[in-house]
Design a protein around this ligand. Sequence first.
Ligand SMILES: Cc1ncc(C[n+]2csc(CCOP(=O)(O)OP(=O)(O)O)c2C)c(N)n1
Ligand SMILES: [Mg+2]
Length: 589
Amino acid sequence: MDPTNANTALASAFVEELARSGLRHAVVSPGSRSTPLALALWRAPEIEVTVIVDERSAAFFALGAAQASGEPVALLCTSGSAVANYHPAVCEADESAVPLLVLSADRPPELRGIGAGQTIDQIKLFGSSVRWFCEVGTHEADDSGLLHFRSVACRALAAARGETRPGPVHLNLPWREPLAPLPVEGAVTATDPLALAGREGRPLTAVTRLDLEPSPFLLEEMAAHIGDAISGVIVAGRQLDPELREPLAHLARVSGFPILADPTSQLRCGPHDRSHVVAAYDLLLRDERFARSVVPDLVLRFGEMPTSKPLRAWLAASGASEVVVDPFGGWNEPSNRAAAILRADPTELASGWAARLEKEPRGAPKAWIAAEAAAQAALNVELSGSEGGDNGGALSEPALHRALGQAHGDGDLVYTASSMPIRDQEAFLAAEPTDALFLSNRGANGIDGLISSGIGAARASGRPTTIVSGDLGLLHDLGGLASLREVSTPVRIVVIDNGGGGIFHFLPQEQALASEEFEALLGTPRGIDAAKAAALFDLPHRRLESLTDLPDALAAGTSLIEVRTDRTTSVASHRHLQERVQAALAQLR
Ligand SMILES: Cc1ncc(C[n+]2csc(CCOP(=O)(O)OP(=O)(O)O)c2C)c(N)n1
Ligand SMILES: [Mg+2]
């Protein structure tokens, strides 16, 4: 505790508790009102501080860091509009259950609402997006003030980590002068050793995590259901734990269920047994005959509902009993048809069910496995140039995602943009043995903040990182490139430049609007030159001419890799690929 004055004492006691409760990263933006906390964070040896000027980018950086590390990251800014810039990332953290601790400095009550300057209403600014809001208040550095600050720090981190659902927490902290660490004689009046120093080496109040061990009853009952199912499937959506791979692969083997695996489930790619993994489900389920032939009666979903529209429609129409495993207290169930949501540890459930079904394992899901092989072979011919095709190296968005899948290395982190990149990744990335971590901001589906999120994830994880962005996505967070200076691990920013919003060509608006209207309101070409954008931040730039150059481009380290494609032909090329997959399925019949 720093007794220089009351502010330094309260701020340092608060940060001491954050550090003892396990906080390791903070992202700070410059400002005067936040000085007491900024200094305390900066001076805490356990906490790494990154300083980012733009609060919107700072918040996405923290979001990426928290998502990649699975641990809360603190954000600190000054009073006024600064804190409002955190809002987009706070919304994303809320929707995707990422722990963030937002610390906003504020003016004390007597300076609010009287035109004192740089003051806005910060009370409950984020509404219901936060797990907990606390107006921490103005306090003396006496026993009760210091204990209050210590206790709020412990409680805030526990709430961010999840009780039950992880997410953002907002603490509003008003400070009176002096904001600088100027000595004030006798400012610290506390005498209680607990208020002055807390507990050596551990938090004032330790908070235990919720126990998510599934009950034997749940394991028995559900294992019996799985055993009785005639055509079950496992759907694996966005979740971050690679430890789920082996138990889920085991469950698939003994149950005979396929795993329809989104890349962000960490189940599509990895060194685990991928014999039951179906990567091409989006394309396969666009084939009505195939979709009808594999209607499930039981769906076990781990992670969030994948984005694929054909998958969602097929699940909704199936009438299957859908069981959702969600340990985080969310309600990620857009179909409104789930029979049950299980609040239990996913790994324990998968391994517990597999152990019970092991005695009578069932055969592999032949129709799915054959269809997956046929689809992948057809895509290889079209997109990889192998197996007799002649398209090797040709640039298209589907081909890029396939090539990226082969180019990622073990330990890489891949952060993919909303809009077409995440959809094409879901549709076209093959199941590869690479042990990479696939992240995205799919809670609020924003195209904002991707560059910052990816760089924050690289910083917190230390993993070589590939960010896959659209051109408008890059423009939206161009300032985020400034935080590359904070990272020493390689960050490759792959920008798919299709000259505007490619995704909108897949919507009815494309046909319904006159082409000038469509271009003005949705296509929105902005002609941002990626090379000049890179130059502004001293970032090496390379324009990819052929996909065969991709491994070299990624190996070159931190850089902006521009991939030019044509959004006006993308609908036709997607349809062509779908037709090739359907032709391959027809051959199986
Ligand atoms: C913050 C935010 N603003 C607007 C949107 C609506 N939106 C969805 S996709 C998109 C266009 C994205 O263009 P680009 O990044 O180039 O990706 P592409 O569609 O070309 O793959 C927009 C504006 C959004 N999702 N998030
Ligand atoms: Mg685009």
